[in-house]
Ligand binder design. Structure first.
Ligand code: ATP
Ligand code: MG
Length: 188
């Protein structure tokens, strides 16, 4: 089996091959499926990262959540400890650009959201398998966070990011469901 590193490299190439027009369409299909997903409908607070270019667009999800009266929490990463703290985001100007163009909440303008206040966490990743295991971007941020998080989880992915089996290590934490442009994969 390929190493996680090889999986990541290959998937990044595939992701770049999606055309801009196709991406708009696929992202919309994924978002629409998320909006009909029961744990999303029920969630009073969702946690998610502000997607970077090339990732599934989450800004529209944030706006939808606000429109639906949900609270939104986004992570601030500590690159030294590899820990994340979520902060409530209520308006766009509470974001700032940090390293590599990543957008994070400004701690001076936002309130911290403890893990137990998040009802549904959208867990990012590059490749997912049918057991909910995931190859992320390699920081271990979400594996660490999920150890202390016990509410619902879901990942958004293009269908080709879902495979039968990915290599896992002892610290990898699975997600409960994966939503793609084609289907809902319920793991538990
Ligand atoms: N719970 C944990 N406690 C301490 N270290 C951890 C934990 N989980 C993962 N790590 C460390 O993080 C590194 C990266 O893990 P992994 O390759 O699974 O990243 P990933 O799942 O792609 O990243 P992410 O969780 O941010 O999406 C591992 O080498 C491991 O040492
Ligand atoms: Mg992992």
């Amino acid at each position: 089996m390929q190493s996680k590193h090889e999986w990541r490299t290959n998937m990044k190439v595939k992701l770049k091959e999606i055309s801009a027009d196709e991406k708009i369409l696929l992202d919309e299909q994924i978002r629409e499926r998320l909006y009909t997903y029961e744990p999303f409908k029920k969630a009073e607070t969702i946690g998610l990262t502000v997607a970077m270019k090339g990732e599934i667009n989450t800004k529209k999800i944030i706006e939808k959540a606000w429109t639906n009266g949900k609270r939104v929490a986004v992570p601030k990463c500590n690159p030294k400890t590899k820990q994340m703290t979520f902060h409530y985001l209520t308006e766009w100007d509470q974001l700032e650009s940090v390293y590599f163009g990543l957008e994070e909440p400004r701690p001076d303008k936002t309130v911290v959201c403890p893990p137990e206040e998040i009802n549904l966490l959208l867990v990012p990743g590059l490749i997912f398998d049918l057991n909910g295991f995931r190859i992320g971007f390699g920081g271990g941020f979400y594996d660490r966070y999920l150890q202390h998080y016990s509410n619902s989880t879901v990942s958004l992915a293009y269908q080709f990011q879902v495979v039968e089996k990915v290599p896992t290590e002892s610290f990898d934490e699975p997600v409960e469901a994966i939503i793609t442009n084609e289907q809902l994969v319920n793991v538990k």
